[in-house]
Design a protein. Structure first.
Lengths: 203, 203
């Protein structure tokens, strides 16, 4: 009970730094389009794998595409530890980057093409809630909740058939796209001794 | 279908700017402590009201305190429109600010005092999911879900008795703290013609 927040003024801004490898790799990625669900998911799973390999966060990746053209709009990786912030799940980072690039808080706004997110693991309860707010109209997922739970991550309180909640809001969900590959990243991370955080460390 | 994200490199960082009035007002606020649930909630509701009055976002405020000492650690307001980002709900902003000030992604980490959040409206599904990840051990709420829905906001898919999901994770929930005051801010916002966004504007 000894640590104290700094007294004095509040910092007027907060900065999210993307890992340099992510920024460097994005140039080439945008030069092409990703036509199929599998191609789009391969991007998300590759981001998850590289995030672990580069030591920049947890074993989760996400990416946002234009649904029709397949253009890659934004990548996201889990940055909870390097960013020092529990909300920085891969899906949240992808939403922040996509909305920043497009200059809108609603990827489903009139005049914009429809967008779709690929996530290397089914969303936790926070990210499930974030998806409708983001304005994406589709969600692809690879590893399942139970795959994340199997290595100790807490997915939080979610409806049994969580995808129905999104579909009721006009968001098309496709599960099990490259599930084996998404799960493999989780298993490699756990086998390598990566931090499994679930906010239950304290008293 | 004409707007396109900029091609070329990804911006290496993203900045969240807090409203200047929020930063300016925080100095005085940290000089005192907030002993009771009502005093803590009054801070959150006042933030919501000022956010509307200053035109810096939606009618939602949150604040994080040390549970025992009552010290104010971090304020938060809804910054979705000015920040151009759908995840910037008041609770998320408060979590970002608190974790940034304390230098940790887990406010419940060993060695830290317990923390409690006050939110001027019951959390939407995203924020409900974000609370356990943040590491706070308590949540106070004012206006209810139905008060937010009454003016058109979508709270998303939440369990019927959502507070039980938090209590099952060791987070104590106290509802209806200054509910009338929290609801009044929502009603004033709606009466004033404020934007009611629910990510269903697009096709």
């Amino acid at each position: 009970m000894t640590e104290r927040p700094p007294a004095g003024p509040l910092a007027p801004s907060w900065r999210l730094d993307l890992p340099p490898w992510l920024v460097a790799s994005f140039d080439g990625a945008v030069a092409r389009t990703y036509a199929t669900a599998e191609e789009r998911m391969a991007v998300a799973v590759d981001l998850a794998r590289r995030n672990v390999a580069m030591g920049t966060g947890g074993p989760f990746g996400a990416a946002i595409f234009e649904s029709e053209s397949g253009r890659l709009v934004a990548p996201g990786v889990n940055l909870v530890e390097p960013g020092g912030c529990s909300v920085l799940h891969a899906e949240i980072v992808a939403i922040i980057v996509a909305q920043s690039r497009l200059g809108t808080w609603d990827l489903g706004a009139p005049g914009l093409p429809a967008h779709e997110m690929a996530a290397s693991t089914e969303p936790c309860s926070m990210c499930l809630g974030a998806v409708p707010w983001s304005g994406v109209r589709g969600l692809l997922t690879a590893a399942r909740d139970e795959d994340a739970r199997a290595i100790g991550f807490d997915e939080g309180a979610k409806p049994e058939a969580w995808w129905r909640e999104l579909e009721a809001r006009g968001i098309r969900v496709t599960r099990d796209v490259l599930r084996t590959e998404g799960r493999a990243v989780l298993e490699e991370y756990a086998a390598g001794g990566g931090t499994i955080y679930n906010s239950r460390e304290g008293e």
